[in-house]
Design a binder for this molecule. Structure first.
Ligand SMILES: *Cc1c(COP(=O)(O)O)cnc(C)c1O
Length: 352
């Protein structure tokens, strides 16, 4: 049976999601979830759906209400918005729509590992180009003729962002489409929405991080309406269910709440960055809800393992071009206090 599976699928490793321990005693700082709950309006709206008659019927395949709300809040045409079952679904849709079998998918590295998986499923080639040591895009960009180029901005795992003038220069150099993966953009200083329509740019957004809805699965893309009409042919009709559409619409309509949780996370990020630096880590200036930290001497993998023993999960990552590091989500103040306390203890033991 297995031998009938396409050869490129059998050859690929598959994407490994971050660990999700079932044990609630863990402090989870490994998958960049929001430490705060979603807006109270989300609970109200979902409750109203559950007590009504909506679960019996199919959801609106176009997500009209969500697109109207998002269009108003972001200042874009609702017809420029495509809804997705998490932004990963959007990334799948754009790969299927833009990349032919045997085509070329490119992204800078280190960045989001899912892009490789999507290229492999499509039967496409995947190439990476290292970020410069200070996490900028090499200029000139060395690859021409990609069918799709992915850039997470802010980037993961570094948390760094490329500024708008550099983004424009980048988009100008590419012959093919550029997907700006803005999963973390609500924690950043700037965004690339102004490039949509003028250029070969699709912007993707997620509700998993800033809107604290990772469990619900919702994301969207912004592209010119003609491109969105083509992408609609590729998406499953009912890729977003009535609960996720309801939750996402309520969440995006509560921009005050987003502003409040964002401000708290940015304050904690600052404190966490300073405290990690004081412990001797080299910490990247982050524009996301996590920080990437490295150390020239300590064994970061051992620190990851020691934290795990103490029921704190962070992400340990190694890259050919940039070495290894820990990616640590910005938790609540209490969680970050525990992290810093345990780290200080572990480092004392290491030094003795
Ligand atoms: C978390 C993340 C996503 C996926 O978001 P979902 O909406 O949960 O699918 C996409 N891109 C990057 C870079 C991410 O870190």
């Amino acid at each position: 049976m297995e031998s009938f599976i396409r050869a490129n699928i059998r050859a690929m490793a598959g994407y490994t999601p971050g660990e999700q321990p079932r044990d609630d005693a863990f402090i989870k700082l490994n998958t960049n979830e929001n430490p705060y709950p979603p807006s109270p309006r989300v609970f109200e709206a979902v409750r109203a759906v559950l007590t009504g008659d909506r679960l019996r019927k199919y959801p609106d395949p176009a997500g009209t209400e969500f697109r109207r709300a998002a269009g108003r809040i972001l200042g874009v045409d609702p017809d420029a918005i495509l809804i997705g079952n998490g932004s990963d679904d959007i990334l799948t849709i754009v790969t299927r729509a833009f990349v032919p079998e045997g085509g070329l998918v490119v992204s800078p590295t280190p960045s989001y590992l899912l892009y490789r998986t999507l290229a492999e499923i499509q039967g496409a080639r995947f190439q990476t180009v290292p970020f410069t040591p200070d996490w900028q895009l090499p200029s000139p960009w060395p690859i021409r003729g990609a069918h799709l180029t992915f850039l997470p901005n802010p980037n993961s795992p570094s948390g760094t962002a490329v500024d708008l003038p550099a983004l424009e220069r980048f988009a100008d150099q590419l012959e093919g489409p550029l997907v700006l993966d803005e999963a973390y953009v609500d924690f950043a200083e700037d965004n690339g929405l102004s490039l949509v329509g003028r250029k070969n740019v699709v912007v993707t957004r997620s509700f998993s991080k800033s809107y604290a809805l990772a469990g619900v699965r919702f994301g969207f893309a912004v592209a010119d309406p003609a491109t969105v009409r083509q992408l609609l042919k590729v998406k499953d009709s009912y890729n977003c269910d009535v609960l996720s559409l309801t939750a996402a619409t309520a969440a995006i309509e509560d921009q005050d709440y987003l502003g409040q949780t964002r401000a708290r996370i940015l304050a904690t990020r600052r404190r966490m960055t300073d405290a990690l630096a004081a412990l001797g880590f080299v910490v990247c200036a982050s524009q996301a809800n996590f920080v990437w930290c490295r150390h020239l001497h300590w064994d970061l993998k051992a620190i990851y393992a020691e934290l795990k023993k103490r029921r704190i999960l962070v992400r340990y990552m190694v890259y050919d071009s940039h070495g290894d590091g820990l990616r640590i989500s910005v938790g609540s103040d209490g969680e970050v206090d525990r992290l810093l306390e345990e780290l200080a203890g572990i480092l004392r033991d290491v030094r003795e």
